[in-house]
Design a protein around this ligand. Structure first.
Ligand code: SF4
Length: 293
């Protein structure tokens, strides 16, 4: 049996950067907080607590502690409130997300009807929307678009969506508007993870997708795999059932951009154990197929 991992699995640039900022801040402060989970991975959030980096859910819970803004940003009003309360802000918003916020603002100011491809309940999309004063249309899929004509349309996307979904939305809008401006704000780290996961899923009898159940990019990887092969989305090795691998020859593993390396290594080793292979690894670099982004 072969157990292989998709190239580029695990932490992306923005997540590595946010965690580095949080750890550096905790070195010079007794306690720091993150407003919402710093990344969508419960195992990493729990680990950071042991380094005095705590998640809070609202401004009242901050109690004067330095506050880290998570990789996918927060609403503009929340930043303004933090400033008003004189709370020390350490902004770990991924630069790609900040750039998308700038695009949302400028498209709206230039008179475009803004359409965002994304999940309206996701914090990144809610933050994006907060930078626009006018009405914004948010669709998770082109099929959700209401049947109406537009004069000027500006389109951007949540950073973790699929290029194909953005193309579908653009195609649907072309006959419905006079002028269109599309900015592809899907992050490259997302796209390369989706492509390498798709490539591996095509060659596998089963796929294991590891990452937060609340992680948008991990859920997208699971969706891609499910369209091709039997797929399980798990957060930790403890969820693995040996029976999943019965009569399977090629076994694939992939992980979201917010999944820590140590979780991926634990999952890989448990998979090996399930198929009777004793060659466990200590590092993600030792897993067949892995290639750093
Ligand atoms: S997925 Fe892309 S946009 Fe999101 S944190 Fe990672 S690098 Fe930044």
């Amino acid at each position: 049996m072969n157990v292989r991992i998709a190239r580029n699995s695990g932490f992306c640039f923005g997540v590595k950067r946010a965690i580095k900022i949080a750890l550096k801040t905790s070195e010079v402060n007794h306690e720091v907080v993150t407003l919402g989970p710093i990344i969508h991975n419960p195992q990493m959030v729990a680990k950071l607590e042991s380094q005095n980096i705590f998640k809070v859910d609202n401004i009242k819970q901050i109690k004067g502690r330095p506050t880290i803004i998570r990789s996918h940003g927060v609403k503009k009003e929340i930043l303004e409130e933090l400033e008003k309360e004189n709370i020390e802000i350490i902004n770990a918003t991924c630069p790609y997300v900040s750039k998308t916020q700038d695009y949302a603002k400028s498209l709206s100011e230039d008179g475009y009807n803004l359409i965002i491809l994304g999940d309206s309940n996701h914090p990144e999309v809610q933050a994006l929307r907060s930078y626009v004063d006018k009405k914004v249309i948010i669709v998770a899929d082109a099929d959700e678009l209401e049947d109406k004509q537009f004069k000027k349309v500006g389109i951007i996307s949540q950073t973790t969506r699929r290029v194909e979904d953005l193309q579908k939305l653009v195609k649907k809008l072309v006959p419905k508007c006079h002028e269109m401006r599309v900015i592809n704000t899907i992050c490259n780290a997302t796209t390369i993870r989706q492509i390498s996961t798709l490539d591996l899923a095509k060659e596998s009898d089963i796929m294991i997708v590891v990452g937060g159940k609340n992680s948008s990019n991990t859920k997208m990887l699971a969706k891609i795999c499910k369209s091709l092969v039997k797929t399980y989305h798990i957060e930790t090795a403890s969820e693995i059932d040996k029976m999943w691998f019965k009569d399977k020859q090629d076994i694939g593993l992939t992980a979201g951009a917010s999944t820590p390396n140590w979780v991926i290594v634990e999952v890989y080793n448990k998979m090996l154990e399930c198929v009777g292979n004793i060659n466990k690894v200590d590092n993600i670099e030792d897993i067949p197929g892995f290639k750093e982004e």
